[in-house]
Design a protein around this ligand. Structure first.
Ligand SMILES: Cc1cc2nc3c(=O)[nH]c(=O)nc-3n(C[C@H](O)[C@H](O)[C@H](O)COP(=O)(O)O)c2cc1C
Length: 184
């Protein structure tokens, strides 16, 4: 069961730089892609940024629809992360091949992935060419997360472990937490 997260707190879902599954849809085409190059950008208004290589189908769909959704996979979805980061939606139905279930979002046509821990729905408000990638700036329109696993930060529970990319086919999972309740 997922609860709504205030849009100005959505950045905390990805503050720790986790790997994401980005979804996009335009007309009759829908796709999902693995993405490591992401960042929170602003709290008010709530903005996040993602870097997408120009040849990717996901790039085409985001540029055309001006929307995308970020889905936070837990460590148990590493196999799906690999599939969605290796195959292109131009030749594959990655939802099927990775065993992911698309469900309707609240604000954007890009589907959310039911198996993921959290979701951030975004409308594109700016884009910048960055070499062979485009940096899309998204305004957060809605966000949600597993209610048991996210309060104002991710809980220290194995089910809340997120995936972090070291490059190549190397990953680690988020581990022990340290902090104070009143910390940033
Ligand atoms: C762990 C991982 C992280 C990745 N991060 C990015 C990224 O930040 N930006 C990007 O454009 N591609 C990234 N990729 C590559 C795309 O996911 C991959 O090329 C994908 O097949 C593109 O799919 P599409 O053509 O269906 O959009 C990553 C791949 C992996 C495995």
């Amino acid at each position: 069961m997922k609860k709504e997260i205030p849009v100005d707190m959505a950045y905390r879902l990805i503050n720790h730089g986790c790997v994401l599954l980005v979804t996009a849809a335009h007309r009759d085409r829908t796709n999902v892609m693995t993405l490591a190059w992401q960042t929170p950008l602003s709290v008010r208004p709530p903005l996040v940024g993602i870097c997408v290589a120009m040849p990717h189908l996901t790039h085409e769909l985001i540029a055309a629809s001006e929307e995308f959704a970020l889905n936070v996979p837990g460590a148990g979805l590493l196999a799906a992360v690999r599939v969605c980061g290796r195959l292109s939606g131009r030749e594959h139905d990655k939802f099927k091949e990775a065993g992911l279930t698309p469900v309707a979002g609240k604000k954007v046509r890009a589907p959310l992935i039911a198996e993921c821990l959290a979701h951030i729905e975004c409308g594109v408000v700016a884009l910048h060419k960055a070499g062979d990638h485009t940096f899309f700036v998204g305004e957060v329109l809605a966000a949600s997360a597993e209610e048991e696993l996210f309060s104002d930060h991710w809980a220290e529970r194995p089910e809340a472990a997120t995936i972090h990319h070291l490059g190549g086919d190397w990953y680690y999972f988020s581990g022990p937490r340290e902090g104070r309740q009143d910390g940033d």
